[in-house]
Design a binder for this molecule. Structure first.
Ligand SMILES: *Cc1c(COP(=O)(O)O)cnc(C)c1O
Length: 411
Protein backbone atom coordinates (compact mmCIF):
# COMPACT_ATOMS: atom_id res chain seq x y z
CA UNK A 1 0.00 0.00 0.00
CA UNK A 2 1.27 3.47 -0.85
CA UNK A 3 2.07 5.58 2.16
CA UNK A 4 2.20 9.32 2.43
CA UNK A 5 4.90 11.53 3.84
CA UNK A 6 3.38 11.90 7.32
CA UNK A 7 5.32 15.09 7.90
CA UNK A 8 2.79 16.91 5.73
CA UNK A 9 0.15 16.22 8.37
CA UNK A 10 2.17 18.16 10.93
CA UNK A 11 1.65 21.36 8.93
CA UNK A 12 -0.86 23.86 10.21
CA UNK A 13 -3.50 24.50 7.58
CA UNK A 14 -2.71 27.59 5.49
CA UNK A 15 -4.66 29.78 7.85
CA UNK A 16 -3.60 33.39 7.35
CA UNK A 17 -4.77 34.36 3.87
CA UNK A 18 -7.96 32.24 3.87
CA UNK A 19 -8.91 33.82 7.21
CA UNK A 20 -8.24 37.32 5.83
CA UNK A 21 -10.37 36.44 2.80
CA UNK A 22 -13.17 35.16 4.99
CA UNK A 23 -13.29 38.30 7.14
CA UNK A 24 -13.14 40.62 4.12
CA UNK A 25 -15.95 38.70 2.42
CA UNK A 26 -18.10 38.83 5.52
CA UNK A 27 -17.55 42.59 5.71
CA UNK A 28 -18.24 43.30 2.03
CA UNK A 29 -21.38 41.16 2.10
CA UNK A 30 -22.68 43.25 4.97
CA UNK A 31 -21.41 46.51 3.43
CA UNK A 32 -21.73 46.15 -0.34
CA UNK A 33 -21.05 49.86 -0.99
CA UNK A 34 -17.80 50.04 0.98
CA UNK A 35 -14.75 50.75 -1.20
CA UNK A 36 -12.32 48.27 0.31
CA UNK A 37 -8.63 48.91 -0.38
CA UNK A 38 -6.33 45.92 -0.18
CA UNK A 39 -2.83 46.58 1.11
CA UNK A 40 -2.30 43.05 2.27
CA UNK A 41 -0.82 41.54 -0.85
CA UNK A 42 2.80 40.58 -1.32
CA UNK A 43 2.52 40.72 -5.10
CA UNK A 44 3.52 43.41 -7.57
CA UNK A 45 0.88 45.27 -9.58
CA UNK A 46 2.71 47.33 -12.24
CA UNK A 47 3.21 45.91 -15.75
CA UNK A 48 6.61 44.80 -17.04
CA UNK A 49 9.05 47.47 -18.20
CA UNK A 50 8.68 48.01 -22.00
CA UNK A 51 12.29 47.00 -22.77
CA UNK A 52 11.84 43.80 -20.79
CA UNK A 53 8.56 43.02 -22.51
CA UNK A 54 10.19 43.54 -25.90
CA UNK A 55 12.98 41.10 -25.03
CA UNK A 56 10.37 38.57 -23.95
CA UNK A 57 8.53 38.96 -27.29
CA UNK A 58 11.80 38.75 -29.25
CA UNK A 59 12.69 35.61 -27.32
CA UNK A 60 9.39 34.02 -28.31
CA UNK A 61 9.97 35.00 -31.96
CA UNK A 62 13.42 33.38 -31.84
CA UNK A 63 11.72 30.10 -31.00
CA UNK A 64 9.62 30.36 -34.14
CA UNK A 65 12.55 30.42 -36.59
CA UNK A 66 14.82 27.53 -37.48
CA UNK A 67 18.05 29.50 -37.21
CA UNK A 68 17.29 30.99 -33.78
CA UNK A 69 15.31 28.14 -32.24
CA UNK A 70 16.37 27.00 -28.76
CA UNK A 71 15.58 23.65 -27.17
CA UNK A 72 16.83 22.60 -23.76
CA UNK A 73 19.22 25.17 -22.37
CA UNK A 74 21.85 24.55 -19.72
CA UNK A 75 20.23 23.47 -16.42
CA UNK A 76 22.23 26.21 -14.68
CA UNK A 77 20.98 28.95 -17.02
CA UNK A 78 22.41 30.58 -20.14
CA UNK A 79 25.90 31.94 -19.80
CA UNK A 80 24.90 35.31 -21.26
CA UNK A 81 22.41 35.82 -18.43
CA UNK A 82 24.84 34.64 -15.75
CA UNK A 83 27.56 36.94 -17.15
CA UNK A 84 25.16 39.87 -17.19
CA UNK A 85 24.12 39.28 -13.57
CA UNK A 86 27.72 38.97 -12.36
CA UNK A 87 28.70 42.12 -14.26
CA UNK A 88 25.75 44.38 -13.58
CA UNK A 89 24.50 43.21 -10.24
CA UNK A 90 27.48 41.87 -8.28
CA UNK A 91 30.61 43.60 -9.67
CA UNK A 92 29.35 47.08 -8.71
CA UNK A 93 29.12 45.85 -5.11
CA UNK A 94 32.74 44.74 -5.20
CA UNK A 95 31.67 41.08 -5.30
CA UNK A 96 33.46 38.84 -7.80
CA UNK A 97 31.66 35.64 -8.70
CA UNK A 98 32.55 32.85 -11.08
CA UNK A 99 30.02 31.69 -13.66
CA UNK A 100 29.86 28.30 -12.01
CA UNK A 101 28.64 29.88 -8.78
CA UNK A 102 25.40 31.31 -10.22
CA UNK A 103 22.36 29.11 -10.89
CA UNK A 104 19.34 30.51 -12.75
CA UNK A 105 15.97 29.13 -11.69
CA UNK A 106 12.26 29.75 -11.95
CA UNK A 107 11.88 31.10 -8.44
CA UNK A 108 13.42 31.77 -5.07
CA UNK A 109 10.56 30.09 -3.28
CA UNK A 110 11.37 26.74 -4.84
CA UNK A 111 15.13 27.25 -4.53
CA UNK A 112 15.00 27.96 -0.82
CA UNK A 113 12.81 24.88 -0.44
CA UNK A 114 14.86 22.62 -2.74
CA UNK A 115 18.20 23.53 -1.18
CA UNK A 116 17.23 21.30 1.74
CA UNK A 117 17.75 18.30 -0.60
CA UNK A 118 21.50 18.52 -0.17
CA UNK A 119 21.50 18.74 3.65
CA UNK A 120 21.18 15.98 6.22
CA UNK A 121 18.15 15.93 8.52
CA UNK A 122 20.40 16.09 11.57
CA UNK A 123 21.23 19.75 10.90
CA UNK A 124 19.94 22.17 13.53
CA UNK A 125 18.06 24.96 11.75
CA UNK A 126 17.48 28.52 13.00
CA UNK A 127 14.57 30.55 11.64
CA UNK A 128 13.55 34.12 12.43
CA UNK A 129 10.18 34.90 13.97
CA UNK A 130 8.18 36.50 12.33
CA UNK A 131 9.18 34.95 9.01
CA UNK A 132 8.39 34.16 5.37
CA UNK A 133 6.56 30.85 6.08
CA UNK A 134 8.37 28.87 3.34
CA UNK A 135 11.53 28.43 5.43
CA UNK A 136 9.62 26.90 8.31
CA UNK A 137 7.15 24.73 6.41
CA UNK A 138 9.72 23.20 4.08
CA UNK A 139 11.71 22.03 7.07
CA UNK A 140 8.58 20.42 8.46
CA UNK A 141 7.90 18.73 5.10
CA UNK A 142 11.34 17.11 4.88
CA UNK A 143 10.94 15.74 8.40
CA UNK A 144 13.37 17.86 10.34
CA UNK A 145 10.85 18.72 13.08
CA UNK A 146 8.43 17.24 15.55
CA UNK A 147 4.93 18.59 16.03
CA UNK A 148 4.00 22.24 16.50
CA UNK A 149 3.19 23.55 19.97
CA UNK A 150 0.24 25.83 20.80
CA UNK A 151 2.10 28.89 19.59
CA UNK A 152 2.98 27.29 16.27
CA UNK A 153 6.65 26.62 17.07
CA UNK A 154 7.82 23.24 15.76
CA UNK A 155 9.88 20.98 17.95
CA UNK A 156 13.48 20.84 16.80
CA UNK A 157 13.69 24.27 15.16
CA UNK A 158 15.48 27.15 16.87
CA UNK A 159 13.36 30.29 16.57
CA UNK A 160 14.99 33.70 16.64
CA UNK A 161 12.54 36.44 17.70
CA UNK A 162 12.82 39.71 15.76
CA UNK A 163 11.05 42.56 17.52
CA UNK A 164 11.39 46.24 18.30
CA UNK A 165 13.71 45.31 21.17
CA UNK A 166 16.42 43.93 18.89
CA UNK A 167 15.71 46.24 15.98
CA UNK A 168 14.22 43.28 14.07
CA UNK A 169 17.60 41.62 13.71
CA UNK A 170 17.93 38.36 15.65
CA UNK A 171 20.32 37.75 18.52
CA UNK A 172 22.78 34.88 18.14
CA UNK A 173 21.23 31.61 19.32
CA UNK A 174 22.20 30.22 22.70
CA UNK A 175 22.49 26.69 21.30
CA UNK A 176 24.71 25.80 18.36
CA UNK A 177 22.93 25.77 14.97
CA UNK A 178 24.09 24.51 11.56
CA UNK A 179 21.82 26.38 9.14
CA UNK A 180 20.54 29.94 9.56
CA UNK A 181 17.90 31.60 7.40
CA UNK A 182 18.25 35.36 7.06
CA UNK A 183 16.14 37.62 4.84
CA UNK A 184 17.08 41.29 4.33
CA UNK A 185 15.41 43.59 3.42
CA UNK A 186 12.94 41.56 5.42
CA UNK A 187 9.53 40.25 4.57
CA UNK A 188 7.36 40.84 6.63
CA UNK A 189 9.05 43.53 8.80
CA UNK A 190 10.43 45.65 5.95
CA UNK A 191 13.56 46.28 8.01
CA UNK A 192 17.20 45.86 7.00
CA UNK A 193 20.37 44.52 8.58
CA UNK A 194 23.47 46.70 8.81
CA UNK A 195 26.91 45.55 7.76
CA UNK A 196 27.81 45.00 11.42
CA UNK A 197 24.74 42.84 12.01
CA UNK A 198 25.49 40.65 9.00
CA UNK A 199 29.15 40.44 9.99
CA UNK A 200 28.06 39.07 13.35
CA UNK A 201 26.24 36.22 11.57
CA UNK A 202 29.01 35.53 9.09
CA UNK A 203 31.48 35.32 11.96
CA UNK A 204 29.13 32.98 13.82
CA UNK A 205 28.71 30.76 10.77
CA UNK A 206 32.46 30.53 10.20
CA UNK A 207 33.20 29.81 13.84
CA UNK A 208 30.53 27.09 14.00
CA UNK A 209 30.84 25.60 10.50
CA UNK A 210 27.29 26.71 9.83
CA UNK A 211 25.71 27.75 6.54
CA UNK A 212 23.66 30.93 6.06
CA UNK A 213 20.76 30.94 3.62
CA UNK A 214 20.48 34.59 2.66
CA UNK A 215 17.24 35.64 0.95
CA UNK A 216 17.82 38.96 -0.83
CA UNK A 217 14.56 39.04 -2.79
CA UNK A 218 14.09 42.73 -1.93
CA UNK A 219 17.65 44.02 -2.36
CA UNK A 220 16.63 46.27 -5.27
CA UNK A 221 14.39 48.25 -2.90
CA UNK A 222 17.30 49.43 -0.74
CA UNK A 223 17.54 53.23 -0.92
CA UNK A 224 20.09 53.98 1.82
CA UNK A 225 23.76 53.95 0.87
CA UNK A 226 25.36 51.91 3.62
CA UNK A 227 22.99 48.91 3.60
CA UNK A 228 24.45 45.73 2.03
CA UNK A 229 22.66 44.42 -1.08
CA UNK A 230 24.39 41.06 -0.90
CA UNK A 231 25.70 38.93 1.94
CA UNK A 232 28.93 38.63 -0.09
CA UNK A 233 29.69 42.26 0.68
CA UNK A 234 30.61 40.91 4.11
CA UNK A 235 34.11 39.54 4.49
CA UNK A 236 34.14 35.74 4.77
CA UNK A 237 30.57 35.25 3.51
CA UNK A 238 31.75 33.44 0.40
CA UNK A 239 32.88 30.63 2.65
CA UNK A 240 29.60 30.18 4.48
CA UNK A 241 26.60 31.68 2.65
CA UNK A 242 24.20 30.77 -0.11
CA UNK A 243 22.28 33.73 -1.54
CA UNK A 244 18.83 33.72 -3.14
CA UNK A 245 17.74 36.51 -5.44
CA UNK A 246 14.66 36.88 -7.58
CA UNK A 247 13.38 38.95 -10.48
CA UNK A 248 9.89 38.66 -8.95
CA UNK A 249 9.76 41.87 -6.94
CA UNK A 250 12.75 43.57 -8.58
CA UNK A 251 11.30 43.50 -12.08
CA UNK A 252 7.70 42.41 -11.72
CA UNK A 253 8.42 38.77 -12.65
CA UNK A 254 6.01 37.13 -10.20
CA UNK A 255 4.03 35.82 -13.17
CA UNK A 256 7.03 35.43 -15.50
CA UNK A 257 9.25 33.41 -13.11
CA UNK A 258 13.00 33.88 -12.95
CA UNK A 259 15.40 33.88 -10.02
CA UNK A 260 18.97 32.96 -9.14
CA UNK A 261 20.84 31.23 -6.40
CA UNK A 262 24.51 31.78 -5.68
CA UNK A 263 26.45 28.86 -4.24
CA UNK A 264 30.11 29.93 -3.97
CA UNK A 265 32.71 27.24 -4.65
CA UNK A 266 34.20 27.76 -1.20
CA UNK A 267 31.06 26.91 0.81
CA UNK A 268 31.38 23.44 2.28
CA UNK A 269 29.64 21.10 4.67
CA UNK A 270 30.76 17.74 6.00
CA UNK A 271 29.93 14.13 5.20
CA UNK A 272 28.91 11.61 7.85
CA UNK A 273 32.62 10.80 8.17
CA UNK A 274 33.56 14.44 8.66
CA UNK A 275 35.06 15.13 5.22
CA UNK A 276 34.38 18.53 3.68
CA UNK A 277 32.37 18.63 0.45
CA UNK A 278 31.67 21.68 -1.74
CA UNK A 279 27.95 22.49 -1.74
CA UNK A 280 28.27 23.92 -5.24
CA UNK A 281 28.89 20.45 -6.69
CA UNK A 282 25.92 18.98 -4.85
CA UNK A 283 23.56 21.77 -5.85
CA UNK A 284 24.69 21.45 -9.45
CA UNK A 285 24.02 17.72 -9.32
CA UNK A 286 20.63 18.30 -7.76
CA UNK A 287 19.60 20.87 -10.37
CA UNK A 288 20.87 18.80 -13.32
CA UNK A 289 18.82 15.83 -12.13
CA UNK A 290 15.62 17.49 -10.98
CA UNK A 291 15.43 20.73 -12.99
CA UNK A 292 15.59 21.45 -16.69
CA UNK A 293 16.20 25.17 -16.77
CA UNK A 294 14.18 28.35 -17.24
CA UNK A 295 12.57 28.99 -20.59
CA UNK A 296 14.67 30.83 -23.15
CA UNK A 297 12.37 33.87 -23.66
CA UNK A 298 12.15 34.38 -19.89
CA UNK A 299 15.94 34.39 -19.58
CA UNK A 300 16.11 36.91 -22.44
CA UNK A 301 13.60 39.08 -20.57
CA UNK A 302 15.65 38.77 -17.35
CA UNK A 303 18.78 39.81 -19.22
CA UNK A 304 16.96 42.90 -20.55
CA UNK A 305 16.32 44.06 -16.97
CA UNK A 306 20.01 45.00 -16.92
CA UNK A 307 20.12 46.81 -20.27
CA UNK A 308 20.43 50.60 -19.94
CA UNK A 309 16.84 51.14 -20.92
CA UNK A 310 15.49 48.11 -19.08
CA UNK A 311 17.16 49.09 -15.83
CA UNK A 312 16.04 52.74 -16.10
CA UNK A 313 12.43 51.63 -16.62
CA UNK A 314 12.62 48.96 -13.93
CA UNK A 315 14.10 51.48 -11.50
CA UNK A 316 11.15 53.82 -12.19
CA UNK A 317 8.71 51.08 -11.18
CA UNK A 318 10.66 50.38 -7.99
CA UNK A 319 10.69 54.14 -7.28
CA UNK A 320 6.92 54.21 -7.75
CA UNK A 321 6.47 51.51 -5.10
CA UNK A 322 8.94 53.21 -2.79
CA UNK A 323 7.07 56.51 -3.11
CA UNK A 324 3.95 54.55 -2.08
CA UNK A 325 5.91 53.23 0.88
CA UNK A 326 6.93 56.75 1.85
CA UNK A 327 3.32 57.95 1.68
CA UNK A 328 2.18 55.11 3.94
CA UNK A 329 5.02 55.48 6.41
CA UNK A 330 4.84 59.25 6.74
CA UNK A 331 1.04 59.32 6.77
CA UNK A 332 0.77 56.75 9.52
CA UNK A 333 3.58 58.27 11.54
CA UNK A 334 1.78 61.64 11.35
CA UNK A 335 -1.28 59.84 12.72
CA UNK A 336 0.77 58.79 15.72
CA UNK A 337 1.28 55.17 14.63
CA UNK A 338 4.77 53.72 15.10
CA UNK A 339 6.06 52.38 11.78
CA UNK A 340 9.09 50.32 10.82
CA UNK A 341 10.35 49.42 7.37
CA UNK A 342 9.21 51.15 4.21
CA UNK A 343 12.56 52.92 3.66
CA UNK A 344 14.54 50.09 2.06
CA UNK A 345 11.65 47.75 1.33
CA UNK A 346 8.07 47.86 0.05
CA UNK A 347 6.62 46.72 3.41
CA UNK A 348 5.59 48.84 6.37
CA UNK A 349 5.51 47.00 9.68
CA UNK A 350 3.44 49.03 12.08
CA UNK A 351 2.90 48.67 15.78
CA UNK A 352 -0.78 48.28 16.47
CA UNK A 353 -2.08 51.33 18.36
CA UNK A 354 -3.11 51.04 22.00
CA UNK A 355 -1.62 47.57 22.33
CA UNK A 356 -4.34 46.01 20.19
CA UNK A 357 -3.81 42.44 19.02
CA UNK A 358 -2.91 42.02 15.32
CA UNK A 359 -6.33 40.55 14.51
CA UNK A 360 -8.25 43.18 16.51
CA UNK A 361 -6.41 45.86 14.56
CA UNK A 362 -7.21 44.02 11.33
CA UNK A 363 -10.93 44.10 12.16
CA UNK A 364 -10.88 47.72 13.25
CA UNK A 365 -8.97 48.85 10.15
CA UNK A 366 -11.37 46.95 7.93
CA UNK A 367 -14.53 48.20 9.64
CA UNK A 368 -13.55 51.80 10.20
CA UNK A 369 -11.22 52.55 7.28
CA UNK A 370 -12.17 49.82 4.79
CA UNK A 371 -8.48 48.96 4.46
CA UNK A 372 -7.10 45.41 4.42
CA UNK A 373 -3.63 44.57 5.67
CA UNK A 374 -1.92 41.49 7.09
CA UNK A 375 -1.90 40.69 10.83
CA UNK A 376 1.67 40.34 12.05
CA UNK A 377 0.84 37.31 14.17
CA UNK A 378 0.19 35.39 10.94
CA UNK A 379 3.96 35.41 10.30
CA UNK A 380 4.87 33.97 13.69
CA UNK A 381 4.21 34.48 17.41
CA UNK A 382 6.65 37.42 17.66
CA UNK A 383 4.61 39.24 15.02
CA UNK A 384 1.77 39.66 17.53
CA UNK A 385 1.06 43.33 18.08
CA UNK A 386 2.33 44.24 14.62
CA UNK A 387 0.68 44.63 11.23
CA UNK A 388 2.01 44.61 7.65
CA UNK A 389 0.98 47.03 4.92
CA UNK A 390 2.27 46.55 1.40
CA UNK A 391 3.31 49.38 -0.93
CA UNK A 392 2.77 47.28 -4.09
CA UNK A 393 -0.52 48.99 -4.87
CA UNK A 394 -1.97 51.76 -6.92
CA UNK A 395 -0.97 55.31 -5.88
CA UNK A 396 -4.50 56.65 -5.70
CA UNK A 397 -5.68 53.76 -3.51
CA UNK A 398 -2.72 54.19 -1.20
CA UNK A 399 -3.39 57.90 -0.79
CA UNK A 400 -7.05 57.21 -0.03
CA UNK A 401 -6.18 54.48 2.46
CA UNK A 402 -3.68 56.69 4.24
CA UNK A 403 -6.08 59.63 4.49
CA UNK A 404 -8.76 57.35 5.94
CA UNK A 405 -6.32 56.02 8.55
CA UNK A 406 -5.17 59.55 9.37
CA UNK A 407 -8.75 60.65 9.88
CA UNK A 408 -9.34 57.79 12.24
CA UNK A 409 -6.18 57.90 14.34
CA UNK A 410 -4.63 61.28 13.64
CA UNK A 411 -6.08 63.34 16.44
C1 LIG B 1 8.42 37.23 -2.94
C2 LIG B 1 9.50 36.58 -2.16
C3 LIG B 1 10.42 35.73 -2.78
C4 LIG B 1 10.38 35.49 -4.27
O1 LIG B 1 9.88 34.26 -4.60
P1 LIG B 1 9.79 33.81 -6.11
O2 LIG B 1 9.53 32.35 -6.02
O3 LIG B 1 11.11 34.12 -6.75
O4 LIG B 1 8.67 34.58 -6.73
C5 LIG B 1 11.42 35.17 -2.02
N1 LIG B 1 11.53 35.42 -0.71
C6 LIG B 1 10.68 36.25 -0.07
C7 LIG B 1 10.87 36.54 1.37
C8 LIG B 1 9.63 36.85 -0.79
O5 LIG B 1 8.78 37.67 -0.15
Amino acid sequence: MARINDNYLKLKAGYLFPEIGRRVKEFTNANPDAQVIRLGIGDVTRPLAPAVLKALHDGVDDLGRGDTFHGYGPEQGYEWLIDTIIDKSYKPLGVDLQKSEVFISDGSKCDCANILDIFDLSNKVAICDPVYPVYNDTNVMVGRTGEADDKGYYEGIVYLPCTEENNFTPDLPSEKVDIIYLCYPNNPTGTVASREELKKWVDYARANDAVIFYDAAYEAFITEDDIPHSIYEIEGAKECAIEFRSFSKTAGFTGVRCALTVVPEAVTATTAKGEKVALNKLWNRRQCTKFNGVSYPVQRAAQAVYSDEGWKQTREIIDYYMENARIIREGLSAAGITCYGGVNSPYIWLKTPEGMSSWDFFDKLLKECHVVGTPGSGFGPSGEGYFRLSAFGDRENIETAVSRIKEKWGK
